[in-house]
Design a protein. Structure first.
Length: 280
């Protein structure tokens, strides 16, 4: 299918979900296979990481290859994480409240992002929006101009894991705290909106007490799902996609291949849904 001037302008929103956000990639591949490009992209947290790379002009296939290459070697990933670490274990005894595993999101992006991603929003090939949370004002901040990496780092700054980002006079944390699926950001920029929701995670009765780390991420996951459900009850996007990745956890990045393969079945749904727009 070749995109024509009569094709409705389609906006794409990519939601938060940690490693489950890798499931956005088959959705992007479906767009590519139809010969369609979104007129604008919005992303929250992991959705912002993937969305920015796609807005930079990378194809879904190129993103898949990059992800599989990055996460095939545990030792290499661990070495990169250590480079991005701010805290030190000795600080636990010398600084009250210090986190010895805290990571710098901008360094993390520099180490893991494809090299094709530019430094500024203005150098992307299509309009891109990312959301973060203003910690003090308890509200959403939307970024679409200026330096790209700080805005995306702010959007993915999961409390307890990634350092907050200071920008525009605010301390910013994970965008999923206020907007895990930022489809309404696109309302004035396109004719139809497609949103990919990966916020949900494993729903099962556990046989053991969750660790503090598991409880922290589980609470965030519950919050994201609740917020998304409330948003959808008010006004839903034109197309809501939910790849089959609920069985994966937020930090299952070493299961990247499994996540992608599980999400591949969403492609046919994407193509049928987009075809319905084209034929209107």
């Amino acid at each position: 299918m070749t995109q024509s001037t009569d094709t409705p302008r389609i906006g794409l929103a990519l939601g938060a979900g940690g490693a489950r956000g890798l499931a956005h990639i088959p959705v992007l591949e479906a767009f590519d296979e139809l010969g369609l490009r979104p007129c604008a992209i919005a992303g929250s947290s992991m959705g912002a990481v993937v969305g920015a790379a796609y807005a930079a002009g990378m194809s879904g296939r190129e993103l898949r290859a990059h992800v599989l290459s990055v996460f095939r070697n545990r030792a290499d990933v661990t070495a990169r994480l250590l480079q991005a670490r701010i805290g030190r274990f000795r600080h636990m005894l010398t600084a009250l409240g210090s986190n010895p595993v805290l990571l710098d999101g901008e360094i993390l992006l520099d180490l893991f992002w494809p090299s094709d991603v530019p430094d500024h929003f203005e150098d992307l090939l299509c309009p891109f929006f990312t959301v973060a949370t203003d910690f003090d004002r308890r509200c959403e901040m939307v970024f679409s101009t200026g330096p790209l990496a700080p805005a995306v780092a702010a959007s993915m700054a999961i409390p307890g894991l990634l350092q907050p980002v200071e920008a525009q006079g605010a301390f910013l944390i994970d965008g999923s705290a206020v907007n895990p699926l930022p489809y309404r950001v696109l309302e004035n920029h396109c004719d139809r909106i497609v949103a990919c929701d990966v916020a949900r995670g494993p729903a099962m009765v556990s046989q053991k007490m969750p660790t503090p780390f598991e409880a922290m991420f589980g609470a965030a996951q519950i919050m994201q799902s609740t917020l998304t459900a409330q948003m959808l009850s008010v006004k839903a996007p034109d197309i809501l996609l939910r790849p089959s990745v609920d069985q994966f956890r937020a930090l299952d990045f070493f299961r990247a291949r499994d996540i992608l393969e599980s999400a591949d079945q969403i492609k046919d749904e994407v193509k049928r849904s987009l075809d319905s727009f084209i034929l209107l």
